[in-house]
Ligand binder design. Structure first.
Ligand SMILES: [Zn+2]
Ligand SMILES: [Zn+2]
Length: 180
């Protein structure tokens, strides 16, 4: 056997960065969404610990878009988004607030950059940092990421996720970015 092809078991393995772990979780959470138009996941963290998680969808116990409207999809608001759903960020933040977790200074990982409504909430809750995977503007085909612009303008750190060098996301990014 050619020894150059043998993995050196004693070599230290590259450890995944927390950014990779939390974004991977957000991508997985997005897959739990019942919305047909878009599936978005969010993870709220502080000091490398998870405070809360969320994905987009109507409040628990109300609607499941994919089961109720399998043919026509989610009922749309004026911007073409699901009119019944709380956004992933909203679900994550609401759960943390309901349970008395300290949200100020936290970091939120989200698979789609925040819309302007979520940006206002993120700012109001004094979340310090937002890491997003996909661009809402690119997804919507609009010129600027108004939520990102708003957050940056008022001092919230916003970064687009880039896979950490040797590590890649374990999960596939959410697939339901279609515009049906
Ligand atoms: Zn929906
Ligand atoms: Zn939103």
């Amino acid at each position: 056997m050619d020894s150059t092809n043998v993995v050196n078991k004693s070599a230290p393995q590259a450890k995944p960065h927390f950014d990779d772990i939390f974004m991977d979780l957000a991508v997985n959470l997005a897959k739990r969404s019942h919305c047909i138009k878009a599936q978005v996941g969010a993870v709220l963290t502080r000091d490398t610990r998870i405070i809360s998680i969320g994905y987009n969808g109507p409040p628990a116990g109300t609607h499941n878009c994919d089961e109720e409207f399998p043919e026509v999809g989610c009922p749309r608001d004026s911007k073409g988004s699901c009119s019944l759903a709380l956004h992933a960020e909203q679900n994550a933040i609401l759960y943390a607030a309901k349970n008395g977790s300290e949200i100020e200074g936290s970091t939120i990982y989200v698979t789609l950059s925040p819309c302007i409504a979520c940006a206002r909430i993120i700012y109001s809750m004094k979340i310090a940092r937002v890491i997003y995977l996909h661009s809402y503007a690119e997804y919507k085909g609009i010129a600027s990421d108004e939520g990102v612009d708003f957050l940056r303008r008022f001092g919230v750190t916003v970064e687009r996720y880039v896979s950490g060098g040797s590590t890649t996301l374990l999960s596939e990014p959410p697939m339901s970015m279609q515009t049906r």
